[in-house]
Structure formats: structure tokens, C-alpha cells
Design a protein around this ligand. Structure first.
Ligand code: IPM
Ligand code: MG
Length: 363
């Protein structure tokens, strides 16, 4: 029997609730497909800060680096607002991404047909939507030095962050963008702000070079990130792959989430060079306002596990089955509150997990 090592990092807020539903699906897969999972759990984010004084401990990191795939829930919450930046919940996640060298963040934004009416945009604009964001995840302004809050000679303070991209960093994410486009619609839109930022200009130049040298079969368009934000709500179906940096990818992928009906639907995969495990996490945050009430949508987390099956565990067929189960549950009008519309059936987090299990059993 094949043995896969999984690490679950539920994190804060709704993280533990949605991860409980992922566990149910993990159990189902192991029974249905005669694979066994060696599942470990760890703390990340605010809960780790409360327990160990750091948002990601060295031990947790070491365990994480030795598994085949890591599934993360969510981090952060108002409880830790006053904590220093290097110890904040988010810093734990950033450290994990960095230590795994997880530079390629894949964020599919797919509008399930049954949810086209839950989107804030008109049905005809979003039905059939299928965009893949390829977001650079381990560099840029999130990590650039210098950074900090300093005091100037006149006693006033200055906040500093640095947008910084090396050629090599742009090259490797560009390759991922073009490779992904080849497997899909064959089109890449590369978003930056080359009109005002040197880092954006270099991004545009390198992406153009990589395209000319290796991917002339793929269509490449350059788009300014602000225009990209506008086009996403004007005519989102024009996009296939959107290749962009860490900060713009963060913003644009949240925007795209709303096209699909809810942030509660979007999974992501963060991949490195293959030597270290992939990190899989929903795009949504910890939603502290609804934590612990059974209101959260576990689908983004479950679909993140499906991405782990596809990209790290070589079980693409099982991933497809899980995605189909999601599609069918939605077609049955079963909804958590975030995707509820009149005439559908509102369920709790764990009822949604159970509905998915039942569909998987029936398939
Ligand atoms: C995301 C989140 C994270 C980010 C936070 C929690 C650090 O917003 O994954 O999109 O900004 O990358
Ligand atoms: Mg974000």
C-alpha cells in the first residue's frame, strides 16, 4: 500500500473547522483507494504564537519539510493585532512559504455553473469562467529589504517596504506561467506596473525574453495591473493565465474570487522546485467574525486537498472525483451561508463536508 505523508496546519479562526472537513475527505480517499496517509498536525499563526511565542516553530517547520504535502487552513485575527510584525500570525505563513521555496502560487478561479448567480457580477459574465492565477509567492514587496518603520531626523516616522525582483526570480515564475498556459488555453496575461516601477519594467522585459526564447506557441499579453483589476470585472472571460507578482497576485486573486461566487470556494497550491513538499491552502483568510459557528465554507480547503492529490501525490483522478463531488453538491443546491441564494438549502460547515462525502460514495 502506498503511504503518503500529510501535514495539516489548521491555524486560526475558521481554520480548524474547515480542516475537520478536509480530514473526513482524507479518510474517505484512504478507504476508497487503498492508499494510506500518515497525517500529522501542527500549529501555525496566532495559535502557535500563543503556545510557543512564535507563529511557526522550528520543530513544526522541520516536520513540515519532511512530508509529501502540507494543507494549511488560515492564519490571523484581531487578537494578534498588537504583535510585532516578525511574530504576527501572517509571518508564520510567510516563513513557511519561504522555507519551502514555494515560489509558484497557483490559484484557479473557476465559476461552478450552479454558483453563477451567487457572483456579484451578471451570470453571463462569469458562467464558465476559468482563470488560473500564477502568483509569485516568495519574493517581491512581501520580503524585500530594506523594510521597517524608522524615525527621521525631525522625529517623524517613515514606513519602508521594498519591491525587489531578481532576473532569476522572474524567470522561474514566468516558466511556470507559460507551462501552465500550454496545458490550458494557451494564453498568458502578465500584469505589472512597468509604467511607474523599475521592478515592473524588468518583469516585463524578462517575461518577454522567456516568451521569445521558449514559448512562441503561447500568446503573451502585457497588462498594467490596475487595468487588469478593471478588466477582471468588465470582461473576466478574456483571461486564461494571469502571471503576476506577489502583491498584485494577492489583490487580483481576491477580486477574482468574488467572480466565482465566494472567497470560500478558491483553493491554491504553492509549489517550489519539487525537492520540498507543496503547500496547499484556501485563498480565503481566517474569518474571525464567523469562527466557531459552523458557518464557514469548507470547499476551498477541500479543493486545496484535491490540488495536493494532483500536484504532490500523483492522484489526479481522485482530485477530479473530489472536484466533481463539489460540482454535484452545488447542483443539488446545498450551500453554506457565503454562497446561499434564495431557493437553495443552507447548511453548516460539517453538513457541507458530509454532503461531499455522500456524493463521493455515490459516484
Ligand atoms: C493570501 C493571504 C496571505 C497573503 C496573508 C494571510 C499573509 O492574504 O494567501 O492571499 O497576503 O499572501
Ligand atoms: Mg490574500
Amino acid at each position: 500500500m502506498t503511504m503518503h505523508k500529510l501535514m495539516l496546519l489548521p491555524g486560526d479562526g475558521i481554520g480548524p473547522e474547515i480542516m475537520a472537513e478536509v480530514e473526513k475527505i482524507v479518510d474517505w480517499v484512504s478507504k476508497a483507494y487503498s492508499v494510506s496517509f500518515d497525517v500529522s498536525q501542527g500549529l501555525i499563526g496566532g495559535c502557535s504564537y500563543d503556545a510557543f511565542g512564535v507563529p511557526l516553530s522550528d520543530e513544526t517547520l522541520k516536520t513540515a519539510q519532511a512530508v509529501d504535502a502540507i494543507i494549511m487552513g488560515a492564519v490571523g485575527g484581531p487578537k494578534w493585532d498588537g504583535v510585532d510584525y516578525d511574530k504576527r500570525p501572517e509571518a508564520g505563513l510567510l516563513r513557511l512559504r519561504k522555507e519551502l521555496d514555494a515560489f509558484a502560487n497557483l490559484r484557479p478561479a473557476i465559476c461552478f455553473d450552479a454558483l453563477a448567480d451567487a457572483s456579484s457580477l451578471k451570470r453571463e459574465l462569469v458562467s464558465g469562467l476559468d482563470i488560473l492565477f500564477v502568483r509569485e509567492l516568495s519574493s517581491g514587496v512581501y520580503f524585500g529589504e530594506p523594510r521597517g518603520i524608522e524615525t527621521l531626523a525631525d522625529g517623524s516616522r517613515v514606513g519602508i517596504n521594498t519591491q525587489r525582483y531578481t532576473e532569476a526570480e522572474i524567470e522561474r515564475i514566468a516558466h511556470v506561467g507559460f507551462e501552465m498556459a500550454r496545458k490550458r488555453g494557451g494564453r498568458v496575461a502578465s500584469a505589472e506596473k512597468s509604467n511607474v516601477m523599475e521592478a515592473g519594467l524588468l518583469w516585463r522585459q524578462i517575461v518577454t525574453e522567456i516568451h521569445e526564447r521558449h514559448y512562441s506557441d503561447v500568446e503573451l499579453n502585457h497588462i498594467l495591473a490596475d487595468n487588469c483589476a478593471m478588466q477582471l470585472v468588465k470582461n473576466p472571460k478574456q483571461f486564461d493565465v494571469i502571471l503576476t507578482d506577489n502583491l498584485f497576485g494577492d489583490l487580483l486573486s481576491d477580486e477574482a474570487a468574488m467572480l466565482t461566487g465566494s472567497l470560500g470556494m478558491l483553493p491554491s497550491a504553492s509549489l517550489g522546485n519539487g525537492a520540498l513538499p507543496g503547500l496547499y491552502e484556501p485563498v480565503h483568510g481566517s474569518a474571525p467574525d464567523i469562527a466557531g459557528e459552523g458557518l464557514a465554507n469548507p470547499i476551498a480547503a477541500v479543493l486545496s486537498f484535491a490540488m495536493a492529490l494532483r500536484y504532490s501525490l500523483n492522484m489526479g483522478d481522485v482530485a477530479t472525483a473530489i472536484e466533481q463531488a463539489v460540482d454535484r453538491v452545488l447542483a443539488d443546491n446545498i450551500r453554506t451561508g457565503d454562497i446561499y441564494t434564495e431557493g437553495t438549502v443552507r447548511v453548516t460547515t460539517s453538513q457541507m463536508g458530509d454532503a461531499l462525502l455522500k456524493k463521493l460514495d455515490d459516484m
